[in-house]
Design a protein around this ligand. Structure first.
Ligand SMILES: [Zn+2]
Length: 284
């Protein structure tokens, strides 16, 4: 079906309280496998791309590839730019007709973040494009010592003010999750999700999804963190897929067989997340 807006996908997920997986793809194989998983499970899906991948492939090629591939499945799909501190890349993706961007100004001061995020929202909304906002850097989990979140957390009233005054469509708060692999059991601040959603009812974004338990996913989604980012697990599945196929088939040289096997692995992992998040069967 034609590409759907991020606003539509998140509104349905937030209203019916299921999670939508936002999967970081790195090439055509991973994009197609994630879309195939969405089709298999009848799930709305967010295809998400890092700035690094955009710099390598180009915003236009990714958008064209996405439009073509999303057109071949019959579930809602939308294209999102992940953590982007670079306004030029955001402008490029907006100009190319992407559906959503995460302006990551978490390294700026509160005032600068607020001012710049407002500008990004004005630009994006003029094109019907959604903006995800972020105040606190989502960093590694603590190694026994240090800050609970690995970085300072903004007071609730300032976070709410940021949401209201910027007009962002979704917000990624620090709640104790981290990018990469967890070394221990993360301490999740479920209450912060509920407090934000109660005061400012709009979709929250769960970063650092890889490694969380099903129970944690269910709890956070129920409280309103309905965009669920998965990056690390897809990278692991991709790399391990190549390793295991090549180890099992040392004399096989047909690249399509190799890529087909890896694609199957990525699709299976993505489909599994979609079932866990409750998006399976939610596509009309
Ligand atoms: Zn993230």
């Amino acid at each position: 079906m034609p590409v759907v807006s991020m606003q539509d996908i998140l509104a349905d997920a937030f209203g019916r309280r299921y999670g939508v997986g936002a999967f970081n793809i790195v090439n055509d194989l991973t994009m197609e496998a994630v879309l195939a998983a969405a089709q298999e499970t009848r799930s709305p899906v967010i295809v998400q791309v890092s700035v690094k991948t955009v710099r390598q492939m180009g915003a236009r090629l990714i958008r064209l590839m996405f439009a073509e591939m999303a057109g071949r499945v019959s579930v809602p799909a939308t294209l999102h730019l992940d953590h982007c501190p670079d306004r030029k890349v955001i402008e490029e993706c907006v100009a190319e007709g992407w559906n959503s961007v995460l302006f990551d100004a978490s390294k700026l001061t509160y005032a600068d973040n607020l001012a710049q995020t407002r500008e990004v929202v004005a630009l994006a909304h003029a094109h019907g494009i959604a903006v995800e906002g972020e105040l606190e850097a989502i960093t590694g989990v603590e190694d026994g010592i240090g800050d609970r979140y690995g970085g300072p957390v903004v007071a609730l009233d300032l976070a709410l003010r940021f949401m209201r005054e910027t007009g962002i469509d979704s917000f990624a708060p620090a709640i104790g999750t981290a990018h990469g692999l967890y070394k221990g059991t993360p301490k999740i601040d479920f209450e912060r999700v509920s407090e934000i959603v109660a005061a400012e009812p709009r979709p929250l974004v769960l970063h650092g999804g890889t490694g969380l338990s099903d129970a944690v996913f269910h709890e956070l989604i129920a409280r309103g963190a309905v965009k669920v980012n998965i990056s690390t697990q897809l990278k692991i599945t991709l790399a391990d897929g190549f390793r295991s196929y090549l180890a099992a088939h040392p004399t096989e040289y047909d690249p399509l067989k190799l890529l087909g096997a890896v694609r199957k692995d990525v699709q299976a992992v993505a489909a599994n997340f979609m079932r866990t998040f409750g998006s399976a069967g939610k596509a009309a």
